[in-house]
Design a protein around this ligand. Sequence first.
Ligand SMILES: *Cc1c(COP(=O)(O)O)cnc(C)c1O
Length: 360
Amino acid sequence: MTRVYNFSAGPSVMPVPVLEEAQKDLLDYKGAGMSVMEMSHRSKDYQQIIDTTVADLRELLSIPENYKVIFMQGGATGQFAAVPMNLLKNGAADYIVTGNWSASAAKECGKYGTANVLADTKDTNYTVIPDVDSLAYNDDADYTYICENETIYGVKYPKLPQTKAPLVSDVSSMFLSEKHDIEKYGLLYGGVQKNIGPAGLAIIIVREDLLRDDICPYCPTILNYKKNEEKGSMLNTPNTWSIYMCGLTLKWLKEQGGLDAMRERNEKKAALVYDYLDNSKMFKANVQDKAVRSLMNIPFVTGNDELDAKFIAESTAAGLKSLKGHRSVGGMRASIYNAMPVEGVQALVDFMEKFEKENS
Ligand SMILES: *Cc1c(COP(=O)(O)O)cnc(C)c1O
C-alpha cells in the first residue's frame, strides 16, 4: 500500500487513523454484526454515534448552550439557499463577495430576496479582503454574509465584521482548522469534505433565536432549520456514513490536543510554504497581503504557464497529488488541511526547491 501526499481542495485528505478505524468497523461495528452503512438511523447504535458526534463537536468548539448543531445534506451549496430561505425576514441581507463561493451565495440569495453586495474584490482577482470596519452595512439587513476562507483564491478574513445583523459565515474550507469563536456568529456552516469527513454533509451551528417558523413559505422542508433541529437532524434519513466518519475525525482532533493545537500546527505548516514562496525567485504566492493569507489553501504560480504545467506533471509523478490550481485561477494550489502532516508539507517544499534548482 502506498499513500500519496494529497493536496486536493476537496474531497481531500483524511487522517490515516480515522480511515483505519472505519476499516476495522466496516464489517462489524462494535459487535452489531453490520457496518454503520447498513444500520437503521433509528437504531440505538446509530443514535449513540450521532449523539457522540454532536457532543464532541460541542466540546471541541465550546459551543454555548443557546447554539444548535444541525446536520443537513446538499453540501455547502444547499446552504446558499437555506440561509436566505430561513433567515430573511425583511427581505434583504448584506453580502461581502471575496471569491466564487460568496459570489454564488449572493446570487442564490437573489432568488429569495435582495442580496446587497457591500464589496466585491473581483478586480483584484480576489486576492484581498476588504476592511470590514469601513463597509456601509445596512441597519435593517437580516444578516451579514461572508465566506471566511475562500478555498479557490486562498484568502481568509483576519477579522470578522461586527454588525448589528447576525453574521453568517461559510467556513467550509477552514472548519475546525482553529477554534471558531461561536458567539461572534449568528450562524456558521460548512460542507465537511474539506476538513472533516466524506462529501455530502453540511454542519450548521446556529443561534437558537434564529430558528423561526415564519420563514419563506416555499422553503423545502428538508432545508428548514427549525424542523431539522427539532428532529435531531433526522427529519429524513441523514447521511449516516458521513456523520459517523466526521465523528471519528472529531475523536482524532481531541487526541491531537484539540483545536488550539491544530491551529498551531496549521500555522507552522502554512509558514513553511509561504516562507519558501516569499524567498523563491521562481514561485510566487497569489496572495501578497500576508494578513489575509489562508492557512488551508495556498495558490501559487511561476508566472509561466509551461513551467506551471511541468511542475504539476513532475510533482504528480513524485507522489504529490492534486496540486493543479482551480480552473478559474490556473497555476498551482496546495490545500493543506488538518489531516495533511507536516512531513507532507515539507516534502512539497523540498520538491519546489529541487524543481527551482533544476529549472533556473
Ligand atoms: C467547496 C466549497 C463549497 C461548495 O461545497 P459543496 O459541498 O460542493 O456544495 C462552498 N463553499 C466553500 C467555501 C467551499 O470551499
